[in-house]
Design a binder for this molecule. Structure first.
Ligand code: SAH
Length: 184
């Protein structure tokens, strides 16, 4: 995280707040996640540096950059075209070449590049989507906020020897996941 300039991922007028440990507003009514939460989610993936990771809800692209530092490659999906194109431009300027960022609905994952050594969802779902679990490699971890606008839990769901083990990492508050899995 020390290598990723967070000020490059926030609106210019918020650059002075980029190193405060809180979420900040970005375009399209969305938020760049709080750095502590980015760290907690990234740590929970237990990356070794070679895996392919799926990120759903790329937003500003900040979390994408953190993942690109620590994983082999990152497939990232963002439903807002404007946010996606800003994120693609920033990540290219900063020299990240192991990122494939696409516009679309990631609520059912991205079968094309599955399986993933880790999946990180940055928007809250009402339940753990089965499609995402199915796209997780053996021993992979899915990190996802589950709940509604009033209360959410950040879950780490790990596949271990064919079993699914769920751990609650923290309470949290994310914008909602919107898509086929979660109709608006
Ligand atoms: N990690 C990002 C978080 C952005 S907020 C950052 O720190 O900048 C969550 C993002 O998820 C929003 O940009 C929202 O548009 C996006 N999102 C919500 N539902 C989605 C879906 N079904 N597919 C892809 N992106 C989605």
């Amino acid at each position: 995280m020390g290598r990723v300039p967070r000020e490059r991922f926030v609106p210019e007028e918020l650059a002075a707040s980029a190193y405060e440990d809180r979420a900040l507003a970005i375009d399209c009514g969305q938020t760049i996640s709080q750095p502590y939460i980015v760290a907690l989610m990234t740590q929970a993936l237990q990356l070794r540096g070679t895996e392919r990771v799926l990120e759903i809800g790329a937003g500003s692209g900040y979390q994408t950059a953190v993942l690109a530092e620590l994983a082999g490659e990152v497939v990232a999906i963002e439903r807002h075209e404007e946010l996606a194109s800003q994120a693609v431009a920033r990540l290219a300027e900063l020299g990240y070449r192991n990122v494939l960022l696409q516009v679309g609905d990631g609520s059912q994952g991205c079968l094309e590049y599955a399986p993933y050594g880790g999946i990180l969802v940055a928007a809250a779902a009402s339940a753990v989507p089965d499609d995402l679990l199915a796209q997780l490699a053996p021993a992979g971890t899915l990190v996802i906020p589950v709940g509604d606008r009033d209360g959410q839990s950040l879950l780490a769901v790990r596949k271990e020897n064919g079993r699914v083990v769920t751990t609650t990492l923290s309470g949290c508050r994310f914008v909602p996941l919107i898509g086929d899995f979660e109709p608006e």
